[in-house]
Design a protein around this ligand. Sequence first.
Ligand SMILES: C[S@@+](CC[C@H](N)C(=O)[O-])C[C@H]1O[C@@H](n2cnc3c(N)ncnc32)[C@H](O)[C@@H]1O
Length: 210
Amino acid sequence: MRRSSNPEKHRYNRIAPVYDLMEFFPEKVTMGNWRKRLFSYLPEGRILELGVGTGKNLVLYPENKHLIAVDISLNMIRRAREKKPDYLNVSFAVMNAEELALLSDSFDGIVTTFVFCSVFQPVNGLKELKRVLKPGGTALFLEHVRPGNKVLAKLFDLLNPVVVRIFGANINRTTTRNIKMAGFEIEEEYNLRRDIVKLIIARKKVNEAD
Ligand SMILES: C[S@@+](CC[C@H](N)C(=O)[O-])C[C@H]1O[C@@H](n2cnc3c(N)ncnc32)[C@H](O)[C@@H]1O
C-alpha cells in the first residue's frame, strides 16, 4: 500500500526535540542495558543502523567503525549528528525503511532498536533489510511486541490507537513473526522484559542472494 504522506515521519519530526527527555528514566533503568546487550552481538564489517533516531546507540559502536545510519525523520537525524562521537565514521541519510536507496547484499550487519513498532508496513521494511544484507549477514533487533498472554494482548490492542497518537509507536506488533515472514532465520530470541521486550538475532540464509 502506498501513501501520499508518512504520518510517522511527521510525528517523529515533532517529538524529536523532547524524545530523549521522554525516555530519560527508562533509558537509565533498563533500555541502556538492553542496548549494551544487543551490541555484544555486533558483527564485524559494514553496518547499517535503521531508525537511528536521536543516536542513542552511537556511543556503543567500537572506535573507527564505519556505518550508515538512516531514519525517516530529518529532525531525529539532526539530533543524532550532534551526538556522534568523533572517533566514529557515520554517513547519515533520510530514508524510509520500506524503500531503502541502498545496494542489495551490501551490509554485514544491521542494527535496529525500537523501530519496527512504528514502520508503517513492517514486513515490507524487513524485506528491504534482508535485501541489503549480505547472505549470511546478521540483523539485530530490540523490539517491544504484542504479549503472548491473550488478555494482556487484547488490552494492548485496545490501547494501541492512543499510544500511536501520542508516541508514534504501535504496542501490538508481532515482530518475531514479521521477521520470519520477511524470510529471515531467527537465530536467537531473548525475552528482556517478560515476553514484551525482545532481543532478536536473525540471519539471512547463506545461499540467498538478492
Ligand atoms: C521509537 S524511535 C527509536 C529510535 C532509536 N532507534 C532508539 O533506539 O532510540 C523510532 C525511530 O524509527 C524511525 N522510523 C519510523 N518509521 C520509519 C521508517 N519507515 N523508516 C525509517 N525510520 C523510521 C523514527 O523516525 C524514529 O526515529
